[in-house]
Design a protein around this ligand. Structure first.
Ligand code: SF4
Length: 236
């Protein structure tokens, strides 16, 4: 049984041929600009908490802003919104010792379930565990259903993770470009649905691997596909 992740599943769902290029043939391509931007920002946010001690914070807005000064100017909007979010959280945080997230960019490889995932962060507010994801692209409220799938998968992994193994109370997303924070109590039924979806796609992927049939699935998303040229050439 092969390891599956949210990204692998999403790629196969979008286009089986793209999945083959990326995960079976492992063809290296230059990452799309949007993806590089997202990776950069995730690293910047993850590193932020290594750059200060909570005991030294007296003026969070100024001090947090100073930490980000060397960062690229094209990330400015996301960073400003991130600072606003963290300043607000600092002000409402009753115990500063728990201000820093419990986990950041936590990679979990669940060898029993054969599922892998990277969790952006897990916060603890003194009472609740909150699993959070960063989205650096455009905010689209109609995609929240899709996001629940990945959040449910991460909660599943985290609750089975040896260094955690407790219940997550909330999940949410920080949309850094749009300055939107969305959070809700964990919906347990979504976790069962997510696992069923993983198993469905695991079977479809296994079948495609067995038959060698990875169909092209053309859609408007093709315009951003890193394998576009290769795919077009394969058609000729
Ligand atoms: S260009 Fe479209 S059809 Fe071709 S591999 Fe990429 S996503 Fe699939």
């Amino acid at each position: 049984m092969a390891q599956i992740s949210k990204s692998k599943l999403g790629t196969f769902k979008t286009c089986p041929l793209k999945y083959k290029y990326q995960y079976i043939d492992k063809i290296e391509v230059e990452k799309a600009e949007q993806l590089t931007r997202g990776i950069d920002l995730h690293e910047i946010f993850c590193e932020f908490y290594n750059k200060f001690s909570v005991d030294d914070i007296t003026d969070p807005e100024r001090q947090f802003t100073e930490i980000f000064m060397p960062c690229k100017s094209d990330h400015k909007q996301d960073i400003m919104n991130f600072i606003k979010f963290e300043v607000k959280r600092w002000q409402s945080c009753s115990e500063k010792a728990i201000f820093k997230p419990l986990f950041r960019e936590l990679k979990i490889v669940d060898t029993e379930a054969q599922i892998t995932g990277i969790i952006d962060r897990v916060d603890f507010d003194g009472k609740n565990f909150i699993l959070l994801d960063y989205k650096t692209g455009k905010y689209n409220a109609s995609k929240l259903y899709e996001y629940r799938f990945e959040l449910a998968l991460y909660v599943y992994l985290l609750e089975r993770y040896d260094s955690f193994k407790t219940k997550v109370n909330y999940w949410g997303i920080i949309f850094t470009n749009a300055n939107v924070f969305w959070c809700e109590p964990v919906k347990r039924e979504e976790i069962d649905k997510a696992i069923a979806k993983v198993e469905k796609y695991r079977a479809l992927i296994a079948e495609a691997e067995r038959t060698g049939e990875f169909k092209q699935s053309r859609s408007p998303l093709c315009q951003w596909c890193e394998y576009k040229e290769r795919c077009m050439n394969a058609l000729q």
